[in-house]
Design a protein around this ligand. Structure first.
Ligand code: PRP
Length: 216
């Protein structure tokens, strides 16, 4: 996708328009260059694998209570949702279906423009269905505001939102979040689906990126 505007302290980053600088290379005890690791670019772990796993178990229990007999359509918003929706749905021992959407915002070099373009729509009609949207992070809320309004025109039985991270300090739109994993500080976070310039989605935990990685 061609848009990322995520606040890092006082600085807005247009992630898709900047090139990723080289990860700081590590050195071993003898001063020799060691194999670069994704972790070299991480200043601190924000949420560990264990914390994420435990949070997903909590979320799944709440979702199962609410949807056990409703065969919900679980809708992942690509691309950042992919590890979360995989782990969340596997924690749900109940009937459900999975589908995906992908979207991007127009323009906006430093901040979201609020105009969202659907790049991939659902394969499934949702009239009369209970829809559970799964996001990795909600930032301004612009993406979900647009998507919920769009999906509502298709007459689902209900639409609920589950997000792993809620960066509510950055919110400009009112979005009703039914299932929230962690409140996320207003830092540049990557990992577990979250990227910088397409990288770091495969980091198995969520960390704060070192400023030197995104500052040119
Ligand atoms: C992220 C996230 C949400 C959106 C939230 O996607 O997955 O879809 O930003 O931001 P908002 O609340 O300000 O609208 P991104 O555009 O980074 O794409 P990606 O999932 O492909 O990384």
């Amino acid at each position: 996708m061609d848009r990322l505007s995520r606040e890092a302290g006082e600085m807005f980053i247009a992630g898709r328009t900047r090139r990723l600088t080289r990860c700081p290379a590590g050195r071993d005890s003898g001063g020799r260059m060691s194999t670069p690791s994704l972790a070299d670019a991480i200043a601190e772990t924000l949420f560990s694998r264990e914390q994420i796993e435990s949070k997903i178990a909590e979320l799944a229990a709440a979702i199962a209570d609410d949807f056990a007999d409703k065969n919900p359509l679980v809708v992942g918003i690509l691309s950042g949702c992919y590890p979360f929706i995989a782990d969340l749905t596997r924690a749900l021992d109940m009937k459900l279906e999975v589908d995906f959407m992908a979207c991007s915002s127009y323009g906006g070099s430093t901040k979201s423009s609020g105009v969202v373009r659907i790049l991939k729509d659902l394969n499934t009609p949702i009239e009369g269905r209970h829809v559970l949207i799964v996001e990795d992070i909600i930032d301004t809320g612009l993406t979900l505001k647009y998507l919920v309004e769009n999906l509502q025109t298709r007459h689902p039985a209900s639409i609920s939102i589950c997000t792993l991270l809620d960066k509510h300090e950055a919110r400009s739109e009112n979005v009703e979040v039914r299932y929230r994993g962690f409140v996320c500080p207003n830092k540049f976070v990557v990992g577990y689906g979250l990227d910088y310039d397409g990288q770091f989605r495969n980091l198995p935990y969520i960390g704060v990126l070192k400023p030197e990685v995104y500052q040119s």
